[in-house]
Write a protein that binds this ligand. Structure first.
Ligand code: GFP
Ligand code: GFP
Length: 838
């Protein structure tokens, strides 16, 4: 007995299962030992945070055993490995995931309960590892889970930011950013002070001829910063395979401050070098899909690429294989263009350090890399100025020029008649200053380029990479539609639904093969199943309603239709369309007769997401949502019929509460702009329906679940360009409903109209780039269809269940198998023995 708040003892439940009792006892002892010895806390003042720490450390011990075995097994077998280079890994919390993957969650739950705590409270003590902005970083996290679960020998390489994505607070309706210092206590990482790499910046290049007359380039002088490895174990689900995520942290190469300066009393500047070096991995850049060309960002990219490649090359060299074997041993995937510098870096290592000839080296490079594109938005494509490159990475710039020269010669030979093509496809943009186009470099240096959903993969071939399809042929381009891990996004986020599914499918095998979900269709008419399914949704809504009350003070009716849009705030994702729609609804309700109101299903419109600090329009959208909420939520005349909620600081752990609670979620980007979307998959998998445009993965979701189960609206991507041309700048007239919304804003119904005028003028004066006015009508009508459909709860429920049953395709396991087969050419490696947990 450790804690005064002990609730119920559940020991009796174990008496029938001695093995379980044994495991429970062992686990409990480990937790207690960690609390007492590792944390040096008395059990009598053990609070929830200590209970979390003790539990986390006990599970960590188990992971470490499997982790070591996995690494040894991989070292011994030396198979081809996958290296996933991503500047973002949006991992969220680790404890729950570790317990589920190790398979001891139930035991642990009883164990901590016995110590006087509720597992939910213990789990919620953990800080999110929020080393990412949104979909791109979360995809990387889902991929790590799948790679380990499918036993692929794989490593993630990233940066260990001291500050993850900022915490968002809403103060008087405005977003305020608070630094997220998340490393106070992080039991999930292991510093490897013995694994360090010296990374060079600046300096200059000296060329000379060696004794054989060969041109040699030496990159000299400049500044050295040290990269230190921090490793995080990534456990697979129901397998002993535990892969590694290696994050690099920056440190001054000398490791010390300047003693001379210190001794002469210059205390502040004596630590200057150290601080400058540490700045490199200090903070994650918030993403507004607009490249800003900051030197520190380029430094981050090179620092991380160079450290990772050094490590990869070192590991390869242990095998003493010939260099030509490199692509048979190593597959490197570039998650977007952020790691593109790995391409010239590998070329540099091979020619400058290992003495390979250019062509041989380049052939190795091209076979090694694959590049995933995540956006066609032109303003989001990375470019770096040549002068900056010259200054920071002089040798790499030369190599990039040489890569470009070889490439352009090839293009010239093959397309002698198209002189303009050379300028269009050149890695160097002839602007003022000249720019390095990273997407072209990534594409040219890789053997495969993939998009993340069918439409997106088609679009990259007809827009940004059109010329390259002519140059390389279509086979260089592939599609791998994104996926999500069902372990976190169903089993962990929605345990009751997961249990219900398991009860019908005869166990949890479906969490390893999500296509098994199709068997649920049999139960679509099963009364008990339907009832249970509906009850679970209601319970999840209740849980969210409680959270809304706690965090915003607003009471919402859990029986209302929960309509949710949570994602980064961006004009292309069109939260502005959503809030305009909400205003329209509000105005309509105000004008309704009591009879009409009676027919209307109450709604709760829920928003969440961060705006990049420098993205003023996105911040304006947030403040409009908050302002509308203020008015609507306090309008007694409207009551439960409409509530508008902005949930602060959306992150992975909040998504786990929000996603299972939706009736409808919104995926309403301007057609052709959202590469895939992945929250659309999460919501449907959890028994919610979606309203969406024909964009990204919405299209494939529709194909899988049937168009009767999704609410599609709006213009198609092939029409977007013409529609944009049709918009006149100046005073554009919008249709009646939208004009009514704008009037209400301009009349100050939601506070000072000037605050929101940019949102209105972007539509009526500045060409409506995101086509809000073109899609508004169809959006509103589709919401009316949703209202109508929701009144028929039985049919609604059928749609939800059918959709869940048809979501098998969207597992990140399927996705990873596709990458492995079509891009990486790697095989799983069977783990040795069972895991340290069983
Ligand atoms: C890896 C792991 C180490 C482990 C060795 C041997 O090393 O923790 O000790 O394998 O199992 F990281 P490298 O492949 O990085 O050399
Ligand atoms: C980006 C794209 C999304 C895509 C993800 C993962 O995510 O359409 O689903 O990458 O491929 F925009 P965000 O960072 O914008 O969410």
């Amino acid at each position: 007995p450790v804690h005064s708040r002990r609730k119920t003892s559940s020991r009796q439940a174990f008496t029938a299962t001695p093995f379980r009792l044994l495991v429970l006892t062992i686990l409990q002892n480990e937790v207690v030992r960690h609390i007492e010895t590792t944390l040096a806390r008395s059990l009598f003042n053990c609070d929830e945070s200590a209970a979390y720490a003790g539990t986390a450390l006990a599970f960590r011990d188990r992971l470490v055993i499997d982790w070591n075995k996995t690494q040894q097994n991989q070292t011994f077998a030396d198979p081809k490995r996958v290296y996933y280079l991503s500047l973002e890994f949006l991992m969220g919390r680790a404890l729950d995931n570790a317990m589920l993957n190790v398979g001891l969650k139930d035991v642990a739950k009883e164990g901590v309960q016995d110590l006087g705590f509720r597992m939910e409270d213990v789990i919620s003590q953990e800080r999110d590892a929020a080393l990412g902005n949104g979909g791109l970083g979360r995809l990387a996290a889902c991929f790590l889970d799948s790679l380990a679960s499918l036993n692929y020998p794989a490593w993630g390489y990233g940066l260990r930011y001291r500050y993850g994505i900022f915490k968002q607070e809403i103060v008087d309706g405005y977003q305020v950013e608070i630094p997220d210092y998340w490393l106070d206590f992080n039991p999930w990482e292991f510093p490897r002070h013995d694994i360090t790499v010296d990374i060079q910046f600046y300096g200059n290049v000296r060329k000379y001829q060696d004794e054989n007359g060969k041109q040699v380039s030496v990159w000299e002088e400049g500044e050295i910063v040290q990269a230190v490895a921090y490793d995080c174990p990534i456990p697979g689900y129901q397998t002993a395979t535990t892969n590694n995520l290696r994050l690099w942290s920056s440190k001054a190469a000398s490791g010390e401050f300047d003693f001379q300066k210190f001794n002469s009393g210059e205390y502040e500047s004596s630590v200057g070098d150290q601080q400058r070096a540490e700045t490199i991995s200090a903070v994650l850049y918030p993403n507004d899909n607009l490249e800003r060309g900051k030197e520190l960002r380029l430094k981050q990219q090179y620092f991380w690429c160079a450290a990772s490649l050094y490590d990869i090359v070192r590991r390869f060299k242990k095998s003493k294989k010939a260099w030509r074997e490199f692509p048979n041993q190593v597959a490197i995937q570039l998650n977007d263009t952020h790691p593109t510098l790995a391409i010239p870096e590998l070329q540099r290592i091979l020619i400058d350090q290992e003495g390979l000839e250019w062509d041989e080296a380049w052939s190795i490079v091209q076979k090694t890399f694959g590049y995933t594109n995540h956006t066609v938005l032109p303003e989001a494509l990375e470019k770096w100025s040549v002068p900056l490159f010259q200054h920071l990475l002089p040798r790499h710039l030369q190599i990039i020029y040489d890569i470009n020269m070889h490439f352009l010669q090839y293009v010239e030979r093959n397309f002698p008649k198209d002189r303009d093509m050379l300028g269009r496809v050149s890695i160097i943009e002839e602007s003022q200053p000249k720019m390095v186009r990273m997407a072209y470099l990534a594409l040219i240096g890789s053997h495969k380029v993939n998009g993340v959903a069918e439409l997106h993969s088609d679009l990259i071939k007809t827009t940004i990479f059109k010329d390259f399809v002519k140059i390389y042929g279509p086979d260089k381009f592939a599609n791998v539609t994104n996926g999500i891990t069902p372990r976190r996004w169903l089993h962990q986020a929605n345990p009751r639904l997961s249990e219900l599914v398991a009860s019908k499918l005869g166990g949890y095998d479906y969490l390893k093969d999500l296509t098994l979900l199709h068997k649920l269709e049999k139960y679509v008419d099963d009364k008990d199943f339907r009832k249970e399914f509906q009850e679970i949704k209601y319970a999840n809504k209740l849980r969210l309603a409680k959270y809304i009350k706690e965090s915003t003070g607003v009471s919402v009716n859990p029986s209302a239709l929960f309509d949710i849009q949570v994602k980064r705030i961006h004009e292309y994702k069109r939260q502005q369309l959503n809030i305009f729609g909400v205003i329209q609804r509000y105005l309509a309700i105000k004008a309704m007769s009591p009879e009409e109101r009676k027919k209307l299903a109450p709604r709760v419109s829920i928003f969440g997401g961060k705006a990049a600090p420098g993205y003023w329009m996105a911040k304006t959208i947030i403040s409009l949502v908050c302002a509308v909420g203020e008015v609507v939520n306090n309008d007694k005349d409207v009551g439960d019929l409409l509530k508008v909620i902005f949930l602060e600081d959306y992150n992975v752990s909040k998504a786990e509460i929000i996603v299972p609670a939706s009736d409808i979620s919104e995926h309403i980007s301007t057609a052709g702009t959202e590469a895939s979307g992945t929250s659309n998959m999460k919501f449907v998998l959890n028994g919610g329906l979606i309203i969406g445009t024909c964009d990204g993965a919405n299209i494939e979701i529709t194909r899988e679940i049937g168009d009767e189960n999704i609410f599609l609206f709006g213009n198609l991507s092939e029409d977007v360009e013409d529609l944009r041309h049709a918009h006149v700048y100046g005073n554009y007239e919008v249709n009646g409903d939208l004009q009514g919304v704008f009037n209400a804003i301009q009349q100050g119904k939601f506070g000072d109209a000037n605050r929101f005028s940019a949102l209105v003028s972007s539509v009526v004066e500045h060409g409506d780039y995101y086509l809000v006015s073109d899609d508004f009508d169809s959006y509103i009508k589709t919401h009316a269809v949703i209202d109508e459909a929701y009144r028929d709860q039985e049919t609604w429920l059928t749609k939800c269940i059918t959709s869940v049953a048809r979501m098998g395709f969207f597992s990140s396991d399927r996705c990873i198998d596709e990458y492995a087969e079509t891009i990486w050419n790697v095989e799983p490696l069977k783990p040795k023995e069972t895991n340290g947990s069983a």
